[in-house]
Design a protein around this ligand. Sequence first.
Ligand code: SF4
Length: 406
Amino acid sequence: MDTRAFKRSLHHSERYNRRGFGLGEEVAGSLQTAYQSDLIASLRESGHTLREGRLTVKLAEAFGFCWGVERAVAMAYETRRHYPNERIWITNEIIHNPSVNDHLRDMDVLFIPVEGGVKDFSEVASGDVVILPAFGATVQEMQLLNERGCHMVDTTCPWVSKVWNTVEKHKKHAFTSIIHGKVKHEETLATSSFAGTYLVVLDLVEAQMVCDYILSSAAGASPAAARRQEFMERFSKASSPGFDPDRDLIHVGVANQTTMLKSETEQIGRLFERTMMERFGPAKLNEHFLAFNTICDATQERQDAMFSLVDEPLDLMVVIGGYNSSNTTHLQEIAISRGIRSFHIDTPERIGPGNRIVHKPLGADLAVVEPFLPEGPIRVGITSGASTPDRVVDDVIRRLIELSKD
Ligand code: SF4
């Protein structure tokens, strides 16, 4: 499919909206009540530190709702106002935050059901309104909704669209897109749907495997069949149909899921640049490698703030955000890498009753820790992912204050 032409025609369609409905003032009150917090607003203005009895809370300098998420949530509220009687669907969670998605359910926004990992659009009818979430939707989903005669409200963050433009550029120049991301994450699924030939690498280890493969075929020597088979087994579910590592790793460009660990994305970009230089020589680098810059500002700011926060003397960290939120998980990784006891929770209710917390250790199932807060003076660092409203952070802080009094 010519994805560029499809997007262009969609942008001219009267059934497609990506700018909202100009109802910002009308929905501002509901958004304020649901998501904002006076406590957090005053903490932002007074050094991000709160002292209450034996508890000191230190908030990261940058945390919580990013611009793209605020925009997407506001557009969803505007959509409900603009279409008070129509059936409204959303193709996925609008953002990875349980409380925000619950609010949308309360507003009678329906979520496309998922059976065995596959979305079921059979109930969606002509004339229905469908919201596309902040991290986008695949081009195939958009095509299906368009053909069915739905109204689409596209809240895809412009930063994500920028990544799509990058992979379109790769496709135009017949370069393979190396996408640093999680292969099943909605944003990466959407990005790969706009790419031509692509390969998704999760981390530096996988990127190194790909680069080793590229170098092993230097000087025209074909890699051994076993090596090729090993490569295909590893990446068969993370590459475009018909991907051939001997043919498709000659010209590569790098793009990324916007919420990956910034430092790792940069390392992966440099690794591929070095590899292509070694394989084809510095003079031919531009023929074989396309530079990239698709790291989102908000992700970068939150990670930078986290690196500063973990340099401070802390007894423990609480990282707040959806368990399927990529950017939140990376904040947790930063704390763990510094050897700080860090607790990732998705809702304030994970704290208590009593001195206990239910949290998600990295890469593991939920675990209970009791006692949670140690005795004596205690310094707690707090941050939250880009999908977490201030009101949730407020609630967590109030629960910590209560606990510290016991
Ligand atoms: S984290 Fe970045 S890419 Fe994602 S919605 Fe926020 S601003 Fe957009």
